[in-house]
Design a protein around this ligand. Structure first.
Ligand code: ADP
Ligand code: MG
Length: 239
């Protein structure tokens, strides 16, 4: 589903990603771990071209992500949910979910509303459809952000620290949602600092340090027998 080869990215003179290569199968659930500043957010942002990369290739579902790609099409294909949700404060929950399908995909209002209610049900927040973001808890806003991304019917979903502001019950809700995505063959990449969450969702763990992927392993291997000293040190600090 995703093939990345020798990805490089710098900000000014500072190289953030060094020759990152990876492949991800359709429906796989990947957790990306690593210290702050290791390039995790930059990597996932390159996938939907919020950040353009400098060298190397990214191919998603057969489409090469480069300067020639039509961004609206890419962003329909690859959904991104941020840590701080980024909901539109002046729009209701339902309107947050229908805006892009209507404007970008030109779907009629009634159809967009049906689609949105379907995804709001799926993330268990349909009863709040008429409210505004400020009237919801953090966990509820997170569900709306996920539903909003799903309304574009992406084949890849990127999450950047989705549980950072959530209580344990809301975290379990996100685990269930991500499991549901995999059942629908949606591929998930999730940047997280939450080791328990990573263990619960991931088929595979990528461990990054200073712009490189140092480990790529199933969770049981990564958490019990990390290969590198850097990962061992990182995990010991998390205990
Ligand atoms: P992580 O998500 O792993 O914490 P980031 O990908 O956010 O790491 O950042 C990696 C490095 O790139 C950090 O040193 C950060 O300061 C730098 N960086 C991130 N975004 C920018 C930017 N827009 N301009 C300049 N430097 C940036
Ligand atoms: Mg980050």
């Amino acid at each position: 589903m995703i093939t990345v080869q020798n990805l490089q990215k710098s900000y000014g003179g500072f190289q953030v990603l060094h020759n990152v290569s990876l492949t991800v199968a359709r429906g796989e659930k990947i957790a990306i771990l690593g210290p702050s500043g290791s390039g995790k957010s930059t990597l996932v942002r390159c996938f939907n071209r919020i950040e353009p990369h400098d060298a190397g290739t990214i191919v998603i579902d057969g489409t090469r992500v480069d300067q020639t790609i039509e961004l609206t099409r890419l962003r329909c294909m690859v959904g991104l949910v941020f840590q701080n949700y980024n909901l539109f404060p002046h729009l209701s929950v339902l309107e947050n979910c229908t805006l892009s399908p209507r404007v970008v995909k030109k779907i009629a209002r009634a159809e967009a509303e049906d689609l949105a209610m379907n995804f709001l049900h799926r993330v268990n927040i349909a009863d709040q459809a008429g409210k505004y973001p400020i009237q919801l808890s953090g966990g509820q806003q997170q569900r709306v952000a996920i539903a909003r991304a799903l309304c574009m019917q992406p084949s890849v979903m990127l999450f950047d620290e989705p549980t950072a502001a959530l209580d344990p019950e809301a975290v379990s809700g996100v685990v269930d949602i991500i499991d549901g995505l995999a059942a629908d063959a949606i591929t998930t990449l999730c940047v997280t600092h939450d080791m328990g969450f990573a263990r619960r969702i991931a088929d595979r763990i990528l461990f990054m340090d200073r712009g490189r992927i140092l480990e790529d392993a199933p969770p049981e291997t990564f958490f019990t027998q990390p290969r590198t000293d850097r990962a061992r040190e990182f995990l010991s600090q998390m205990l």
